[in-house]
Write a protein that binds this ligand. Structure first.
Ligand code: HEC
Length: 139
């Protein structure tokens, strides 16, 4: 009994510590290491942008990175002044998805057309990207 209680406390402490360390490392993982820009994430998204985030995560994030921060050597960040609405209007997102993009701004190669998305899907994805842009001062 004299040893049992301290041992239990020690085991509990180790358990708590590992859990805490585990939480910390998953936060670190959430910060994509090959991101090309650092952005602030809005605490809330509109309904349309929330739907768009799902489409983005499924169809675009593999190249453009989580939250469209880009990936070094893969694809550019869309949260970037180049893609502000006056340079790349919403229709350029529709065109990029429907027809692909020939590399012209970056050295990452071409973007292929993305199959299986409707104009409404792309509209939601664009709304999501625009909300991230606006939150980061790109209007
Ligand atoms: C296989 C990788 C890949 C995927 C998947 C991908 N992209 Fe791209 N995308 C690229 C690359 C690379 C470029 C940069 C081309 C360049 O050099 O300008 C690009 C450029 C763009 C542009 C800029 C178009 C322009 O007119 O300059 C938009 C908008 C875009 N992507 C949106 C999307 C959206 C929305 C999705 C998901 C539905 C998506 N991309 C999925 C690789 C990808």
């Amino acid at each position: 009994m004299r040893f049992l209680i301290p041992s239990l406390i020690l085991i509990a402490a180790i358990g708590l510590y590992t859990q805490y360390a585990g939480t910390n490392s998953s936060v670190a993982e959430a910060q994509q290491s090959n991101a090309l820009v650092q952005i602030e994430i809005p605490s809330e998204l509109s309904g349309l942008a929330t739907i768009g985030k799902r489409g983005f995560d499924k169809n675009c994030a593999a190249c453009h990175g989580e939250n469209a921060v880009g990936q070094d050597g893969v694809a550019p960040p869309l949260i970037h002044i180049i893609y502000e609405p006056s340079h790349h209007g919403d229709e350029s997102f529709q065109r990029a998805v429907a027809m692909g993009v020939r590399a012209h701004h970056w050295k990452f190669g071409n973007m292929p057309a993305i199959e299986g998305l409707t104009r409404a899907d792309v509209k939601a994805i664009t709304a999501y990207v625009r909300e991230l842009q606006r939150h980061n001062g790109i209007n």
